[in-house]
Structures are given as C-alpha cells and as structure tokens.
Design a binder for this molecule. Structure first.
Ligand code: HEC
Length: 198
C-alpha cells in the first residue's frame, strides 16, 4: 500500500517542475540549446514581477484610500494591471481561484484540476510545486498563491472578525456573488496562470 502511495507521489512529481531550473532568468534560458525558451524560468520570473506589481499597487491603494477604498481600486485596476503585464511579457497572465471574487477569475477545466490537486497536496502536507502543462498551441505555467500576509485577511478573511463593516459593504456591492472570504493565513487562495504560445 505504501509503495503504491509512493508511486503515485512520484508520478505527481514527474509532471511538476524541475526545481533545478527555477533560479534561471529567462534571458539565460534563451541561451540554452534546447528547448528554445525555458518556460519554467520564464514563468518563475514573470510571476515574481507580477506579484511585486500587484502587492505594490495594493499596499499603495490601502495607504492612500484605506481598505474599503482599496477594494474599489482593485475592482477597476486588478485586471488592467494583469493585461498590461501580459502585453509587456507577450503571454497571458491571470490569477484564478476556485473561490473567485471576480467571475473573470473563474478557473476553466484544466485549471480546476490543477487547483484541486494543489488543495489535495496541501491537505496531505506535501509541498506545492509549480507546474508546466503543454496544451495544443500553448505551454501553461501554474504557481500556487498562498494567502501569506495578514493584510490579505482585511478583504479575504472572516467577514465577522477580520473584515471591517465598511470594507465588507463595498465588497458586497461590487461583488454580489463573492466567494473569496473566509480564508485563513496560509490557505491556498488560488493560482497564477501564465500561458505562453509555443
Ligand atoms: C483591499 C482589499 C483587498 C486586499 C487587502 C487583498 N485583496 Fe485580493 N482581491 C480584492 C478584490 C477587490 C479582488 C477582485 C479584483 C477584480 O475585480 O479583478 C481580489 C482578487 C484577488 C485574487 C484573484 C482571484 C479572485 O478571487 O477574483 C487573488 C488571487 C487575491 N485577491 C489574492 C489576495 C492576496 C494573496 C492578498 C494579500 C497579499 C489579497 N488578495 C489582498 C481585494 C483585496
């Protein structure tokens, strides 16, 4: 039984990322003889940059407008920031969640399978790795988004204890079908999805 479990784990690892590649910058990757683009390294560095852009914009908005004002800011700016990063890097950058706030961030078929696999790994205490999946004309990179900072709870935590009333009111009015509350620190909030054309 234990052997079967180990085999299952190995198969899982086989389709996840190669950790040795993760520190390469994309320009180094392009010098490799094959493949032409190191999608793993490109995904890693694009997500790093996107994460900085998102958290930076969020913190600035909270400082300047307060938490409830920052909800309105995210409502109008989150997708445009992703779009402009996508144009800059020549790929499609998304944040997706099984418990999405913006319906535009709802996962599609393969995304849901990846997210469910991450949830299961998290429940089993297995470290979560990035994944590369080849589809017809695309290579798709996924990276888990862990709700890591206490600040996140101000808009995604417990509606009774973490989110203040005025912030909750703005969330409810902008997102009447919101699923993205009730998280605790350390929870899997969703995934980054970077789609490259082959
Ligand atoms: C000021 C309130 C606020 C804070 C703080 C906040 N978020 Fe959000 N978050 C939002 C809003 C509003 C959206 C929907 C944006 C949109 O409409 O595109 C969102 C969307 C997301 C999404 C996209 C998936 C979805 O549900 O639509 C992820 C992932 C996410 N947040 C993660 C985080 C993480 C991680 C943190 C902490 C670093 C955080 N958020 C902090 C308000 C917030």
């Amino acid at each position: 039984m234990r052997h079967l479990y180990m085999l299952g784990l190995l198969l899982c690892w086989a389709c996840s990322s190669n950790p040795q590649q993760t520190n390469q910058a994309p320009n180094q990757a392009e010098n490799n003889t094959s493949p032409a683009i190191n999608f793993q390294a490109a995904g890693d560095s694009i997500v790093n940059a996107a994460q900085k852009a998102f958290v930076g914009a969020l913190m600035k908005a909270i400082q300047e407008r307060g938490t409830s004002g920052a909800v309105a800011f995210c409502n109008t700016h989150a997708l445009p920031i992703a779009d402009s990063l996508s144009r800059h890097y020549g790929c499609t950058i998304q944040r997706l969640s099984d418990r999405y706030r913006n319906p535009a961030d709802r996962p599609q078929a393969t995304d849901s399978i990846v997210i469910a696999a991450y949830q299961a790994q998290k429940a089993a205490g297995t470290p979560l790795e990035t994944r590369l999946i080849e589809q017809d004309q695309q290579v798709v990179y996924y990276k888990p988004i862990i709700l890591g900072m206490p600040t996140c709870l101000q808009c995604h935590g417990n509606p009774q204890t973490d989110i203040d009333a005025s912030t909750l009111a703005v969330i409810r009015s902008k997102y009447p079908y919101d699923l993205a509350v009730g998280y605790k620190q350390g929870d899997l909030r969703g995934v980054w999805k970077i789609a490259f054309r082959k």
